[in-house]
Design a protein around this ligand. Structure first.
Ligand code: PLP
Length: 389
């Protein structure tokens, strides 16, 4: 073998995701894992039963149709109508994917040429950097800064060049919990129209907004034919392992994304697609109760972290709290997170790894609150004892 690296240049430096590292550390030390964003209780029993029924009835056990089963595509279109008043044709404007992750990958692979630039908020959800790299494009970060993580719209304007092709936008934003306001969304949409940009929106936390409202960018003037809207069932219904996601967009954009998607997985999650179709028809009370439960948990963990001495940046949405560890230690977030499990049996993730900016996230640490209340209380107690006597 020659000494050429096995991993190609595009993927150099992407390594193992921080979630894998920190979840392995949680398992090895028996710690409470507030690192990776998965709930410790499953979603509604009726939805789980719907999956069992589909399996038993032989629905989805063989390759489902490439764009997704019709029942689910219809349910997704109905969901967009019910919550946002948006009309999508289930046959041509909806695509089912293997989670939002595949939708993001397929969108980047479909829409980008090598050398194109993609502007995204940093800290980034970690798959963005990888997917942009796999497409041979360049990521251009718009840095969100503590304490409130509002996007600087003048800075966004200044980042747009002749090479900019896509804005990849995540709101509610992981990890900061920032939720775009209507004014911000409108201003961003106006820039996209002015510069004729495509917009890919990652909306997986659409039903977890505590302060403000979720505004799909695709609903704004001039955006219907330039936006690829992405969401998924994992967060909303607490079945992150099922990996059922979707795209809603104009027929030409769906066709482009589908072309890439069909050579990634082709199809996935057969029986779960039927179950998610049923989940999407749950009454509004489900969505409200889900959000209220997470709001209680947000406040519980925020109080605990505050009492332990962290600076807490209360999130407007998502199920993550970004904190600042500067009041507690001189160490950086990565070092802090690597030592935290042995110190007090709690796992968190460093936001610093989601920034290209060398210092903006240096002391930011993220905790998830999608865990049972007694687990959050125990984690808060451990942190308080470790840092605040
Ligand atoms: C911002 C964001 N996008 C996408 C995903 C992945 O979603 P899925 O599990 O549906 O692939 C996550 C999961 O944590 C996320 O936080």
């Amino acid at each position: 073998m020659d000494d050429r690296p096995l991993l190609n240049r595009r993927l150099q430096g992407l390594g193992t995701t921080i979630f894998a590292e920190m979840s392995a550390l949680a398992a090895a030390t028996g710690s409470i894992n507030l690192g990776q964003g998965f709930p410790d209780t499953d979603g509604p029993e009726a939805v789980r039963e719907a999956a069992v029924r589909a399996l038993r009835d032989g629905r989805g056990n063989q390759y489902p149709p490439g764009p997704g089963v019709p029942e689910l595509r219809t349910a997704i279109a109905d969901h967009q109508k019910r919550f946002y008043g948006l009309a999508f044709d289930p046959d041509t404007e909806v695509l089912v994917t293997a989670g939002a992750t595949e939708a993001i990958a397929a969108a980047m692979l479909a829409l980008l040429e090598p050398g194109d630039e993609v502007i995204a908020f940093e800290p980034f959800y970690d798959s963005y950097a990888a997917c942009i790299a796999m497409a041979g494009a360049t990521r251009v970060p718009l840095t969100l800064r503590a304490p409130d993580f509002r996007p600087d719209l003048d800075a966004l304007r200044a980042l747009i060049t002749r090479r900019t092709r896509v804005l990849l936008l995540n709101s509610p934003h992981n990890p900061t919990g920032m939720v775009l306001t209507r004014e911000e969304a409108r201003a961003i949409a106006a820039l996209a129209v002015e510069h004729d940009l495509l917009v890919v929106t990652d909306e997986v936390y659409e039903h977890l907004v505590f302060d403000g409202e979720h505004i799909p960018l695709i609903s704004l003037p001039g955006m219907r034919d330039r936006t690829v809207s992405i969401s998924s069932a994992g967060k909303t219904f607490s079945f992150t392992g099922w990996k059922v996601g979707w795209v809603t967009a104009s027929a030409p954009l769906v066709a482009a994304v589908r072309t890439a998607k069909q050579f990634l997985t082709y199809v996935s999650s057969g029986p779960f697609q039927y179950a998610v179709a049923e989940a999407l028809t749950l009454p509004d009370t489900y969505y409200t109760a889900f959000r209220d439960d997470l709001l209680t948990k947000r406040d519980l963990l925020a109080t605990g972290l505050h009492d332990a001495g962290f600076t807490v940046h209360t999130p407007q949405g998502t199920y993550f709290i970004t904190t600042d560890i500067a009041p507690l230690t001189d160490s950086d977030a990565l070092t802090f997170c690597r030592t935290l499990p042995n110190r007090c049996g709690v796992v968190a993730v460093p936001n610093s790894v989601f920034y290209d900016h060398p210092t903006a996230g240096r002391t930011q640490v993220r905790f998830t609150f999608c865990k049972q209340q007694r687990i959050l209380t125990e984690a808060a107690d451990r942190l308080r004892k470790a840092f605040n006597g």
